[in-house]
Design a protein around this ligand. Structure first.
Ligand code: 6PG
Length: 288
């Protein structure tokens, strides 16, 4: 649950610490979903994300045969194309995990248009959820583009007004390639939890504009802090400012948790006084 509108921001002290922390987060969510519901449904994105998920390869105790994978967005290209999000995830880590091929929901590019591919994907996504008695995806992993887009939901685009479709086609993506499918706000917001992974200095100005910290929120509730602390990362809480023009910050789960993972560069916006002594020590003197 969100804490009084607060969200959690985890900052990795090093790239390896961040990867370990993200892997621990996902593995913990997977173990819990499998223990309670017999399966775990995880949605992946593209961009730089696949390389931040390689910690999953060595994470212990996940029954991968019960994990189902789908994509928050996908480019309408063959699955072995260099632009394919599936291909990027597969070569980075999926092909090293014992996930049955049938558990990975890829697009069927033979459907033709982006809209036809999206409709087919929505049908198969809904069937997957129904078979497993799931109301929604367990964990949605999203990136944030420099313009504040997420999945293939771009600022000012008509798709931001979609209220019925769970998956939609887009033929004018400003980020190439132009033809894609994307999960819509309704599908993303219904997730049990939404986890953003946004690294690099380009993200710092977006975070600065979007997130609001106060001394009291820094000392706020810290359940699941073990994700961060075990992996040498720092956890803090923040709130999101209203009326932002960035789709990424409009994805707030209706009843689930919202997390942001970033690195030192992405967190370079943080005011020095906002970090506790412990956090500052973890980040080292070069952090701020
Ligand atoms: C895509 C991605 C896209 C990505 C962001 C962030 O298919 O293009 O799903 O939404 O997550 O553009 O990309 P970076 O992580 O590379 O900044």
């Amino acid at each position: 649950m969100e804490i009084d509108g607060a969200v959690r921001l985890v900052v990795g002290a090093t790239p390896d610490a961040l990867k370990a922390c993200i892997a621990t987060h996902i593995a913990t969510a997977a173990r819990s979903a499998i223990a309670h519901r017999g399966r775990y449904i995880l949605a992946l994105s593209g961009g730089s994300m696949p390389h931040t998920l390689t910690g999953l390869i060595t994470v212990p105790g996940v029954d991968w045969a019960r994990v189902f994978i789908l994509f928050t967005d996908e480019r309408c290209v063959p699955l072995d194309h260099e632009d394919s999000n599936y291909n990027a995830c597969n070569s980075a880590f999926l092909n090293k995990l014992p996930i049955p091929v049938g558990n990975i929901l890829t697009i069927d590019n033979s459907q033709g248009t982006a809209e036809a591919i999206a409709q087919d994907y929505e049908k198969r996504l809904m069937a997957l959820l129904a078979v497993h008695g799931a109301l929604s995806i367990d964990t949605v992993l999203l990136g944030i583009g420099p313009d504040g887009h997420t999945a293939s939901l771009f600022p000012g685009h008509a798709l931001l007004c979609e209220t019925k479709k769970m998956v939609a086609g887009i033929t004018d993506s400003p980020k190439p390639p132009p033809e894609r499918i994307t999960l819509t706000y309704p599908a993303l917001r219904a997730a049990q939890e939404v986890v953003f992974i946004a690294v690099g200095v380009a993200k710092a100005s977006l975070f600065k504009e979007a997130l609001c910290f106060s001394t009291s929120s820094m000392d706020g509730p810290r359940e699941k802090a073990e994700y961060a602390e075990a992996a040498d990362c720092s956890l803090m809480t923040a709130t999101i400012r209203e009326n932002l023009p960035f789709p990424a910050f409009q994805v707030r789960p209706a009843s689930g948790e919202l997390w942001y993972y970033t690195d030192r560069e992405g967190a370079s916006f943080l005011p020095a006084h906002g970090l506790s002594q412990n956090q500052t020590e973890k980040m080292g003197t070069g952090f701020l």
